[in-house]
Design a protein around this ligand. Structure first.
Ligand SMILES: [Zn+2]
Length: 194
């Protein structure tokens, strides 16, 4: 869906302004850089269209909204999401900026699938437009970014697949850890390269 980015679609209640500090942050930073370098999170003015997270205990740590993944991201580019209520559209977070617009999607995946330790969401024209030909599961219809409906479509696909496409939008890779989620993305890119 070529929908213009208009900010997050939830309300963030901040429980503190400390940026996350976690031993796995450097690994998340590495995968952000990889996504940028390999065209999996195309830049737009003021940010990059991709969002990556890992599970951190009962929280998740995710890229902030409107973050350029090309940059050597400082800790305050990331946000800890402590709680997320899809029904009210309310997110509780700690950090210095709004968490990614797709926070709902990440949070619901972690909640419903305890084995998931990392969620990487990126955008790649060929993977998205040719998913069916490539044998990648695709959600039935295009849905607005950041919506509860999009998150629920991801939940349905995640029940049977760890790499899938949100129709006319982008892909989602799921792993027990970041290395596994990242490997799925790069295996897919290698296949495209033939
Ligand atoms: Zn997206």
């Amino acid at each position: 869906m070529n929908e213009e980015y208009q900010g997050v679609r939830f309300v963030t209640v901040f429980r503190g302004d400390e940026p996350p500090s976690h031993p796995l942050l450097s690994e998340l930073r590495h995968w952000c850089r990889m996504f940028h370098d390999h065209g999996l999170a195309p830049p737009y003015p003021g940010g990059s269209s991709g969002n990556l997270s890992f599970r951190a205990g009962s929280s998740l740590i995710i890229t902030g909204t409107a973050i350029g993944l090309k940059d050597n991201l400082a800790d305050d580019a990331f946000v800890e999401v402590i709680a997320c209520d899809p029904a009210s559209g309310r997110v509780e977070a700690r950090g210095r900026r709004e968490p990614s617009s797709e926070t709902l999607l990440h949070a619901l995946l972690y909640r419903h699938f305890p084995a998931i330790g990392a969620v990487f969401h990126g955008h790649h024209d060929t993977i998205t437009s040719q998913a069916e030909t490539l044998g990648i599961p695709v959600s039935p219809s295009p849905l607005p970014y950041g919506s509860k409906e999009l998150a629920e479509a991801a939940l349905t696909l995640a029940a049977t697949s760890d790499f899938f496409v949100l129709r006319e939008h982008g892909f989602v890779a799921l792993g027990g850890d970041m290395a596994k989620a990242g490997a799925l993305c790069f295996a897919r890119l290698e296949k495209l390269a033939g």
